[in-house]
Design a protein around this ligand. Sequence first.
Ligand code: SF4
Length: 327
Amino acid sequence: MNHVGTTAPGQTPAPLLAVRNLSVLFRMRAGRDIPAVSDVSFDLAAGECLVLVGESGCGKSVLASALLGLLPGNARTAGTARMDGLDLLAAGERTLARTVRGRRVGLVPQSPAAHLTPVRTVRSQLAETLRELTGARRAGMREATERAAARAVFPADHLDRYPHQLSGGLAQRAATALALVGDAPLLIADEPTTGLDRDLVDRTVDELRRHADDGRGLLVITHDLAAAGRIADRVAVMYAGRVVELADSGDFFGTAGPRHPYARGLLDALPERSFTPIPGLPPELDALPEGCAFAPRCGNATARCGTLPPFAGGIACHHVPQAAPHA
Ligand code: SF4
């Protein structure tokens, strides 16, 4: 089991979100099953930002979709994801639509252009969301929409544009502004910096960080490790559907560095580090090797890696020393 805890000794606040043994399987034609997420557990505290990183197809976005009930019909989920007494995985569509999406859980979607309503301006969509989630009235709506847009650095002079008139970066900012409106207790941001230049990445990330600093939970999914380092309290590294390392951000990006060979490889691949790509490609999820899925790409692999390494002490690897327990 991948078990990610958050609570320091002596502090036992209930987590905002408690995910246990979450698995997602896609049932394909001819009886083929694809395990997209396997046995993931973690807690997320109020005021905390957890960032999920990993290469495309590692299960990060599927995990987020599972939490919001946005998986396609051929998906089968197992496990629980409890938030405020409600199991998000077991909740029906009516409950999810009325009380979860936008209210308990906000989403900055991975494909903002597809998420925005094509026949309505950004202003109109922001105004509707403000009315629904905050009870805002017509009087003062113009100022309210402009304030909401400004939170995501969306320019006020573009508010009367339709989604097809926006660049990818502006569509991203419009979707982020919509996601921030309800100040939901939990915000999930799926690749929120796609299409943004570095200055806008930093400003967007800082606005999202404020969401956590105001006492809410923030789950960010990204392949942008610079953005992750700027925003995260903790980092969870996913590979082939599993969390293989969970670390404090300061350790992960600092002197200590990642402990899992895959996580080390991710950082070493950055141009500002040694610019050395990880050899090989991630495995197909319906053809995972026995044991550790990273073994075909791992320089430390031994025969022992033919069995699945358990997740313990924040890491799933047979050949990495366990972290010393906190004093
Ligand atoms: S379990 Fe083995 S193959 Fe997997 S990351 Fe650790 S050393 Fe490499």
